[in-house]
Design a protein around this ligand. Structure first.
Ligand code: SDX
Length: 424
């Protein structure tokens, strides 16, 4: 391949300017347009930022054409084998895997941060029955700012570390409390003898009349799902975190903004929508009818769990989750007819011109819900699971953004409204 030049040449009318090319670690190039407006008086237009890099980052690398995902350079397949969500959370937030001592300290921080302030527990008594747990969680995370000291640019690193652990740990407790309140059962407190995922399962499913035993295969699959969801570079919710955080909003309100973005059905809310869709297809019995609807521009129906802004091949996470899904259901001796429907839909779509032409493949959300059903997670908690997993990713991006004295995010626009229209 010819050597890349140092500049892109932009010719506008009789004006020609040079725009520097910047090169990423993996040979990806970008045109640095920082001087564009100063030199041409013009801005670029790129709705939804389909062609725009918003920052430099060292956290996660995705190659959408070859289905590659790495956290801090480590392939996702290796991190899944590591099997510890808390170690991967530490990697994302701190830039390297923890030493045994750092691991012990992080686990200690997660443990001492796992209890919800008793005054906050009473907040849950006032949410209406049926309130979606994602709305409850984004509210409660915002409320943390009233109970705990804020961290920002001037904070000491240990304050940032303890706030990080608090968010990763306490939001997990909040999620379990929201679930217990929704079913009218007594809240189960975190235990110091259980690890992160086992503690969550116990807080969700233990009860005074039905003691819960954390099964290793379920604790394992939850670690794997959390690892696979932990970060994904500049996705919609992470961009929300970077944008809100750039105004030097406190960490809790910043993360709450990420929660809200993730709850959307086109983003993290898709895992719940996939199950609803599979159930609809199962009841109707006609897969082709739904593929036809998904292809019809006049029909708002989309094949949920399919397609991705970056991956134009099989989402590497979906590949792992699909294999783990079949293995888990076999281990637990569970027959879920929705898995058969999912396999049928995937087969039909991957052989359909419309999906092939547009490089639409299953994404991380397509099989996840079937695993959550198998381990007893209620459907309205599916996106909460995604959020718990994504917390370290959001925090890592917030830390990276504040660490670079990032200026406030404030894009420009192309105004196409009315010309000057005086009323007097
Ligand atoms: C996540 O960004 C991330 O990294 C997100 C995420 C993460 O880890 O943070 O990976 C998590 O959000 C995964 C995506 C979950 N959402 C869904 O599964 C919802 C269903 N998917 C689609 O809504 C869609 O594929 C998106 C939202 C995921 C991507 O949207 P894009 O990139 O804007 O895709 P597009 O609309 O430009 O699609 C290109 C074409 C269009 O058709 P044409 O206009 O070219 O004719 O593909 C079509 C789209 O209509 N298309 C679909 C489709 N997805 C895209 N058609 C039918 N069903 C679909 N699912």
């Amino acid at each position: 391949m010819n050597k890349m030049p140092e500049f892109a040449i932009l010719k506008v009318g009789d004006k020609e300017i040079q725009l520097p090319l910047v090169r990423g670690t993996e040979g990806d190039y970008a045109i640095d347009i920082a001087r564009l407006r100063a030199e041409t008086g013009m801005v670029t237009l790129d709705p939804s930022f389909m062609n725009t890099a918003s920052c430099y980052s060292t956290i996660t690398y995705i190659d959408g054409d070859n289905g590659i995902l790495r956290y801090r350079g480590i392939p996702i397949e290796d991190l899944v084998k590591l099997g510890s969500f808390t170690k991967v959370a530490y990697l994302l937030v701190n830039g390297k895997l923890p030493t045994p001592e750092q691991s012990r300290n992080f686990s200690h921080l997660l443990n001492i941060s796992s209890l919800l302030h008793e005054d906050m527990r009473h907040f849950f008594d006032h949410f209406p029955q049926g309130a979606h747990p994602m709305h409850i969680l984004s509210t409660m995370i915002n409320a943390l700012a009233a109970f705990y000291p804020n961290v920002d640019l001037q904070s000491l690193s240990e304050d940032i570390d303890s706030s990080t652990a608090r968010l990763i740990s306490i939001v997990r407790t909040m999620a379990a409390v929201a679930y217990k309140k929704s079913i009218g059962e007594p809240v189960v407190y975190p235990r110091c003898d259980l690890k992160y995922c086992g503690n969550f399962l116990n807080m969700m499913f233990d009860s005074p009349v039905r003691p819960y035993v954390v099964r290793p295969e379920i604790e394992r699959i939850l670690n794997i799902l959390f690892i696979l969801h932990a970060d994904h570079e500049q996705n919609c919710s992470t961009t929300a975190v970077r944008t809100v955080g750039s105004a030097q909003v406190n960490l809790y309100a910043t993360i709450s903004a990420g929660m809200s973005a993730l709850s959307g059905p086109l983003h993290g809310g898709a895992n719940q929508e996939v199950i609803k869709m599979l159930r609809l297809i199962e009841q109707d019995g006609n897969v082709d009818k739904f593929l036809k609807r998904a292809k019809d521009k006049n029909d708002p129906f989309r094949l949920m769990g399919f397609g991705h802004r970056v991956y134009k091949t099989y989402d590497p996470r979906a590949d792992i989750i699909k294999k783990e899904c079949h293995q888990l259901l076999e281990t637990l001796e569970i027959r879920d007819s929705l898995l058969d429907v999912a396999s049928e839909v995937e087969k039909a779509a991957l052989n359909d011109e419309y999906f092939i032409e547009r490089n639409l493949y299953p994404n991380v959300d397509f099989y996840t819900g079937i695993i959550y059903r198998a381990i007893g997670i209620p459907e309205d908690m599916f996106t909460v699971m995604f959020a718990l997993a994504r917390l370290p990713g959001w925090i890592a991006h917030w830390k990276e953004m504040i660490g670079h004295n990032t200026r406030i995010v404030r894009p420009r626009q192309v105004y196409i409204g009315k010309p000057r229209t005086p009323i007097f």
